[in-house]
Ligand binder design. Structure first.
Ligand SMILES: Nc1nc2c(ncn2[C@@H]2O[C@H](COP(=O)(O)OP(=O)(O)OP(=O)(O)O)[C@@H](O)[C@H]2O)c(=O)[nH]1
Ligand SMILES: [Mg+2]
Length: 425
């Protein structure tokens, strides 16, 4: 379904000899395509650090200008975040619009955001990116591509203030406003989280590089173990299909329950403005009892992607949560699957045996506060029997003269609650 032709662009990057350079450029190409553009040429310069004024060195900038003219493109995408003056200078020489990596990712996020919270988070990141870049084409383009300006028109009230001062104040006011709205939403989310914590269900968060298959795994688990009224989450073969956190309850046949969350995927050099704006969305991962890092096992850059994920988790302050690594999409590789070695699994989200192995692993990691005991519950306390049937794993039921005899595997908190009924068999 190709509606409009893709905008042709040239990508440029500085090769400082870093091992990850090729990967970064390949990733940039994917980001460009995710933004409905297409790369016609890639230009790189071997340089240890960017030139403060023009990013590339002077000669290389001239060369770029010629390439832009020859290719007949009007947009250049840069593999790094640029300063406002670098953007201006590059535009002057090349006569092309310059989009830096941060601006590109912001555009993609803005176009993907669906919920009010995601929209506000992207808006906040965008305003913070624009503030130091007032009146640059980068800022104006972001407005054109993402709708809505900095919040309100820039009317000069004749007070003698410069246009820039007014614009800056307008942006700052918009930032305050968006922050305020987000705070309200966050409070509601925090309350929900507290309520869930009170339910004492363990929580597992799917994390990882964008397009690794997190949402697909979530759906496979929800289809089998979710409540019947719980919705499937959105899956698509594109970068950043998911921008909102979804939480679903899973109930296994033995009545063990956990909360599973799916969240926004990562990419290298995720702009700090976005990481900050999405902090509350990512809080689900920070508060989890277990992280499941999902990796696209078929991707040749999977190691760099894992490093990116670990770096991003570190950046958002998630450091002490135990982690299981799932090498997904094994069906696209030669590997034998499903298989498990310690905390690493090789599987395919499309394969039932793989889902079974994942469930077994999750259960082993998460449900360690369970005990097995025998109970004799007087017939008068039938509600206790009903509770245990709903909330615990009843291994056997028998009837004696004085009441119901149950052998039950249950959470230690429930065990303590019903201690008075425990008998030694
Ligand atoms: N062949 C194969 N394809 C898979 C597998 N798991 C997921 N996919 C496909 O990979 C693409 C991305 O899947 P998603 O589940 O949306 O990925 P995600 O990690 O949630 O991505 P973001 O939300 O963008 O971070 C989709 O086209 C899926 O159908 C798998 O095990 N095998
Ligand atoms: Mg997803």
């Amino acid at each position: 379904m190709e509606e409009t032709p893709r905008t042709p662009v040239i990508t440029i990057g500085l090769n400082a000899g870093q091992a990850t350079f090729d990967y970064a450029m390949a990733e940039l190409k994917n980001l460009v395509e995710a933004n409905h553009m297409t790369v016609v040429e890639e230009v790189q310069q071997a340089l240890s650090r960017p030139q403060p004024g023009t990013y590339f060195g002077t000669g290389k900038v001239e060369e770029l200008a010629t390439i832009v003219a020859d290719d007949g493109v009007d947009t250049v995408v840069v593999n790094d975040e640029l300063t406002p003056s670098q953007i201006r200078n590059l535009e002057k020489v090349t006569k092309a619009r310059i989009i830096d990596r941060t601006g590109l990712i912001l555009e993609i996020f803005a176009n993907r955001a669906q919920s009010r919270e995601a929209k506000l988070q992207v808006q906040l990141a965008k305003l913070q990116y624009q503030l130091p870049r007032l009146h640059t084409s980068a800022s104006q383009r972001l407005d054109q591509q993402t709708g809505s300006g900095g919040g309100g028109g820039f009317t000069n009230r004749g007070s003698g203030e410069s246009q820039t001062e007014i614009s800056r104040r307008t942006l700052q006011r918009a930032i305050t406003h968006v922050n305020h709205e987000l705070k309200e939403i966050n409070q509601a989310a925090a309350t929900q989280r507290q309520q869930r914590e009170r339910n004492q269900l363990p929580s597992v968060a799917l994390v990882g590089y964008t397009n690794a298959g997190k949402s697909t795994l979530m759906n496979a688990l929800v289809r089998e173990f979710g409540k019947s009224d719980e919705k499937q989450v959105f899956v698509k073969n594109m970068l950043f299909a998911t921008l909102d956190t979804s939480v679903r309850q899973l109930t296994f046949p033995d009545q063990k329950k956990l909360l599973l969350s799916d969240t926004v995927g990562f990419v290298s050099q995720l702009p700090t403005q976005l990481v900050k704006a999405f902090r509350s969305t990512l809080a689900e991962a920070a508060n989890a009892d277990l992280l499941v890092q999902v990796v696209d096992y078929a991707d040749p850059n999977k190691e760099a992607m894992m490093a990116t994920t670990e770096q991003t988790l570190h950046d958002i302050g998630v450091t002490d949560v135990p982690m299981v690594t799932v090498f997904n999409k094994a069906d696209l590789t030669e590997a034998t699957y499903p298989s498990r070695a310690g905390d690493q699994l090789i599987l395919s989200a499309q394969d039932p045996a793989s889902i079974a192995l994942l469930v077994q692993t999750l259960k082993e990691k998460v449900f360690h506060n369970y005990v097995t005991a025998d109970f004799l519950i007087p017939f008068a306390d039938g509600d206790v029997v009903a509770y245990l049937n709903d909330h615990a794993n009843v291994l056997s039921t028998g009837y004696e003269a004085t009441g119901t005899a149950l052998k039950v595997e249950l959470q230690d908190t429930d065990f303590n609650r019903f201690k008075q009924y425990v008998v030694t068999p």
